[in-house]
Design a binder for this molecule. Structure first.
Ligand code: 13P
Ligand code: SF4
Length: 320
């Protein structure tokens, strides 16, 4: 869906990519922001690693001239919305998000128009166009807090993730009109295989991201954003965890709790579909080439940017 302006000119790659990227960081006055689902090499060279809220906050605060976003398109787009004068680079413009794609802006506009009395709260995993139609943005780490600040009688549309929406309804007791979107990665986990794993590892705690389906969430002893899951497994006494989210997060879990055992929750088929195919488009090589060639960059119309900025700012104000 994005234009394929992967303008990574062919040429020889330096032997030591880590040093070459460090040199480019200095040359460009760049900061590398990376999501927990990125390849371990990318996480290791990043200046900041976080969940989507932490990354949005880091993007809002950085003094760097260039933001290199090692994540997916909507995350880099959020950084650009917050930093119109900075160059925001994404190593591969095709690093999209199935959840964001499940909410086409024209269909969402019609849905919103059919419910004019509803406040629109959108999960950050959506396009700038959908953000521009929203009243407040949230992430999986601040959604409950934000909902608790909305008057009880206010009707709400929640988009685009139906699984997170259902989980929030259960957590807050609020009725919300849900857009029926979902993430292909979090819907791939198999309840049956998690139950089988639990019989082999009876001491293991299941921890899950709220984008998972209810059938998986009901086996979880803890549900939270990627940052919350990371924090949880460090502080509880349990030594073994079945991790129901994209397994990229296990790199940080293992680094921060080296003596604990982390088992990726298995997908339904014998495939790698618990790995986000969009996140995994970014590689260390593409990161280097992006910085070297200063492209592909994130751009958008100023009208959309200004309209999308307002609900993001509301989120940042409401989540302090
Ligand atoms: P977090 O907000 O937990 O980082 O989740 C982002 C995401 O894309 C989950 O699939
Ligand atoms: Fe989007 Fe799912 Fe990938 Fe997260 S894991 S970026 S929600 S496709």
């Amino acid at each position: 869906m994005f234009t394929t302006t992967l303008a990574q000119k062919p040429g020889t790659l330096p032997l030591d990519l880590f040093t070459a990227i460090e040199d480019l960081k200095q040359e460009l006055n760049a900061v590398i922001l990376a999501h927990y689902y990125q390849d371990p090499d990318i996480q290791d060279i990043a200046d900041f690693i976080g969940d989507s809220l932490q990354l949005a906050k880091a993007a809002a605060q950085t003094n760097a001239h260039v933001i290199v976003f090692a994540g997916v398109h909507f995350m880099a787009e959020t950084a650009k919305i917050l930093n119109p004068d900075k160059l925001v680079l994404l190593p591969d413009l095709n690093a999209g998000c199935s959840l964001a794609d499940s909410c086409p802006p024209d269909e969402f506009a019609a849905f919103k128009a059919a419910h004019p009395d509803h406040l629109v709260i959108s999960y950050i995993n959506c396009s700038a166009e959908v953000k521009a139609m929203s009243d407040i943005i949230c992430t999986s780490s601040n959604a409950v807090k934000i909902l608790q600040q909305i008057p009880k009688e206010q009707p709400i549309i929640f988009a685009p993730d139906k699984n997170l929406g259902r989980y929030l309804i259960q957590q807050t007791g609020r009725d919300m009109l849900l857009w029926q979107g979902s993430c292909i990665v979090h819907e791939t986990f198999s309840e049956k295989k998690i139950v089988q794993l639990k019989t082999i590892h009876p001491e293991a705690e299941v921890i899950a991201h709220p984008e998972c389906e209810t059938s998986v969430l009901r086996h979880a002893s803890y549900i939270g954003s990627t940052a919350a899951l990371l924090n949880y497994c460090q502080k509880v006494p349990a030594q073994e965890f079945i991790v129901a989210t994209e397994p990229g997060i296990i790199h940080q879990m293992q680094k921060l709790a080296p003596h604990k055992h982390f088992i990726p929750a298995p997908p339904d088929n014998n495939c790698n579909c618990n790995e986000c195919p969009f996140m995994r488009l970014n590689t260390l090589e593409k990161l280097y080439l992006t910085m070297k060639n200063r492209t592909p960059e994130i751009t958008m119309s100023e009208d959309i940017r200004v309209a999308a900025l307002r609900p993001i700012q509301r989120m940042l104000e409401m989540s302090v």
